[in-house]
Ligand binder design. Structure first.
Ligand code: COA
Length: 564
């Protein structure tokens, strides 16, 4: 079938639908919803059998949905309607929710139902839920709807609130008035629900030190206590605020834009507030080892089970600043000293990594200089992984990775992926050559020609295709929790396998042979020479592309690489 995806952005879910439908043999085009006339022109040119909207925040014009079948993915169960479904689900503590694929009609979200899939609501922020449980359920629903559409005998179910399985309702936009936190009255559970319902967008509007900020994140703190609403601690760029019965961590803040002030964007909370406002607030660190046994916020956790060490890292949006890379490197070095045979790297769920931290770079006094520090810190981390020869290192991807984040994963001996994962192994969309030793690791895995193609085409790669290409070694279906349990079983089996010693000897020999053929420093020098040009050269697109990314500037037209 010819399927045209119409989306507000080529976001994670749209990318996933794109990769899956292509793998199912469909001809898939993408059109960003950037204006009715552009959409009309594209539809008339593409002549789709079906239009599918995986993530659309605007309406499709009537002359399109009356002439073509248009299916909309709505992140709510049957009967749920409105623009803030997930916000309401999280705010109200729903434990099960759904994704429904419905046909576009004049009334928003009221069309006949083609498929509806339930999912369990994990305790996490809205965007994380969206990229994980919602995306998995949406995929199931989309594939079912497309299959039913292909079967001309299927009749979609009209929306009928008298049916027992239609339990949703029409809900209003979840404005800031619903999100407000009363620090003198709301308990921690309520505060966390409000924060999570607003994370990562739009955040909860609140006041701190007499200024207005959108609060982002929302994680429990098990020990620290203080006067409700006050900032009682900092840790690795986050702030901790006391509630009436506990405390919560807020990793990021975004100042409210003043009427004639510049556009604002999210930054680590401590950077945003600065040392003057935070004078007297103690930095309360936690080691990765300790964090693994506590209910507190930490980007790093380290645990061991038998002969396997697990270094978990979880960075908001998968972005890794210079400081975050350095902290992860320190934790990695410690883990590498432990008497374990296998080391597993990766967050328990959500993004693995999306490379250098573009927001922190954008906010720096000298973005070129900060880019340079950041890429060098990333490279130091990757180098430490590449040169670990006394252990098998596994990258376990429960969630997506992009750009330098993919190359970080490739530094390990094996890459294991949850089937839902989408990889973007390229840098060009950010105007970068890229580093992280990719010129060593990527061709080594997929060959020079395919490495060139992947980095040039700039298209997402689904996990199954990644395995077929050699980008990933093992791929399994299932939820993030199932993946975690599977990883543990596989890692323990590796550590106990009699051939482990031989594998480690072979690994050491291969590294030595590779080093003799071309030292790692030569790859690094070459890549960094290109990156230096990207950061400091004249007429380089990187600074403009980064600014647009950070400020979420939408393109004028659908980028050419998305036109099928
Ligand atoms: N630096 C800073 N923030 C980043 C980031 C990065 N490298 N990568 C992702 N983010 C943020 C996004 O701004 C977004 O923030 P929000 O939740 O406040 O809106 C969040 O992480 C999730 O990203 P989003 O783009 O909404 O997710 P997606 O799944 O739709 O797309 C990517 C994922 C990776 C394709 C896209 O985020 C991307 O292109 N990132 C940049 C990758 C890159 O070029 N890195 C630098 C070179 S190494």
């Amino acid at each position: 079938m010819r399927i045209l995806l119409v989306a507000s952005a080529f976001n994670s879910l749209t990318q996933r639908v794109h990769t899956e439908l292509r793998e199912h043999g469909h001809r898939v085009g993408v059109e960003l919803a950037l204006g009715d006339d552009l959409l009309r022109a594209r539809v008339s040119h593409f002549q789709p059998d079906l239009i599918l909207a995986p993530m659309l925040t605007s309406a499709i014009p009537e002359d399109i949905w009356t002439r073509y079948p248009v299916l909309i993915v709505h992140p709510g169960p049957k009967g749920d309607r409105g623009p803030s479904s997930l916000d309401w689900a999280i705010r109200e503590g729903a434990t099960e929710w759904g994704v429904t694929v419905l046909q576009a009609v004049a009334e928003m979200d009221a069309g006949p139902i083609w498929a509806s899939e339930p999912f369990p609501v994990a305790v996490c922020g809205k965007s994380e839920l969206y990229r994980n449980e919602v995306a998995d359920a949406a995929l199931r629903a989309v594939l079912l709807a497309v299959e039913r559409f292909a079967d001309s005998g299927f009749m979609p179910e009209p929306l009928d609130y008298s049916r027992p399985d239609v339990r949703g309702q029409l809900r209003p936009y979840h404005a800031q008035e619903y999100r407000r936190i009363d620090w003198s009255a709301d308990d921690t559970a309520t505060v966390l629900r409000r924060l999570r319902a607003a994370d990562s967008q739009p955040g909860v509007l609140d006041e701190l030190f007499g200024r207005q900020y959108f609060l982002h994140g929302g994680h429990n703190e098990d020990r620290l206590r203080g006067f409700p609403g006050s900032v009682i601690a900092t840790r690795d760029g986050a702030i901790c605020r006391a509630t009436v019965d506990g405390a919560v961590w807020l990793p990021q803040l975004r100042p409210r834009r003043t009427p004639d002030g510049p556009a604002t964007f999210k930054r680590p909370a401590v950077d945003e507030l600065g040392p003057e406002l935070l004078a007297g607030v103690p930095e309360v660190p936690v080691t990765p080892f300790e964090a693994a046994t506590r209910d507190t916020w930490s980007e790093l956790r380290y645990r061991e089970h038998g002969e396997v060490g697990y270094l978990e890292f979880a960075f908001a949006g998968g972005a890794m600043s210079t400081d975050q890379c350095r902290r992860l490197l320190a934790a990695y070095r410690q883990a590498a000293q432990r008497p374990v045979a296998v080391l597993v790297l990766g967050p328990p769920r959500d993004f693995f990594s999306n490379g250098i931290h573009l927001n922190v770079i954008e906010a720096a006094d000298d973005p070129a200089e900060e880019s340079w520090h950041n890429i060098n810190a990333m490279n130091d981390l990757v180098e430490a992984i590449l040169t670990t020869t006394d252990k098998l290192v596994i990258s376990a991807l429960a969630g997506n990775a992009a750009a330098g984040g993919v190359m970080l994963a490739l530094a390990a001996d094996e890459v294991w992926c949850r089937e839902s994962v989408v990889l973007n192994p390229h840098y060009r969309l950010m105007g970068l050559h890229g580093s992280e030793y990719w010129t060593y690791t990527l061709p080594r895995r997929v060959g020079t020609e395919m490495a060139d193609r992947l980095t040039r085409e700039t298209l997402p790669v689904g996990a199954r295709r990644a395995a077929a290409l050699g980008l990933a070694d093992r791929v399994v279906p299932g939820s993030a929790e199932e993946f975690r349990a599977w990883v543990r079983g596989q890692a323990e089996a590796l550590a106990a396998a009699p051939e482990l010693a031989d594998r480690l000897v072979a690994k050491k020999q291969r590294r030595a042979a590779d080093e003799a053929a071309k030292p790692l420093s030569a790859y690094r020098d070459y890549e960094l020479a290109q990156m230096r040009q990207n950061f400091y050269g004249e007429n380089e697109p990187y600074h403009r592309l980064r600014r647009n990314f950070v400020h979420k500037v939408r393109p004028q037209v659908t980028p050419t690489h998305l036109l099928a």
